[in-house]
Write a protein that binds this ligand. Sequence first.
Ligand code: THU
Length: 131
Amino acid sequence: MSVFDQLFAEAKAARETAYVPYSRFKVGAALLTNDDKVVSGCNVENAAYPEGTCAEAGAIAAMIRGGSSSIKEVVVLADAALCTPCGGCRQKLREFADEDVKVHVANLDGLKQTFTVGELLPAGFQLEEQN
Ligand code: THU
């Protein structure tokens, strides 16, 4: 199975577990980590709407919990024409992914479009080393 196929399958399974009583919009995200693990997350909403978390954030939390430190490839999947990561998640992904890392946006049928992290977040903020 290709990396995309593995990430796609994992994102699809993660999407099924989403907690979305408010939007009814389920999202799954899967990451390939620097040490070749596949981790995933789903969106988890909250009655206080801004407290909800995106699928990408859940996947990043799972990656850090698993001891991995960076992202090599991403799939975001929803039952939508093109579920691109929100602005906040672009910054969250950039924290752990170089600009050339691929972000594949998929729906239930398969790949819709592939972007790089740099395309999604041009001139993204990075904290400079302090001397
Ligand atoms: N959402 C994600 O989890 N990831 C995305 O890339 C876009 C949006 C979630 C947030 C909210 O739970 C629902 O989708 C509707 O906005």
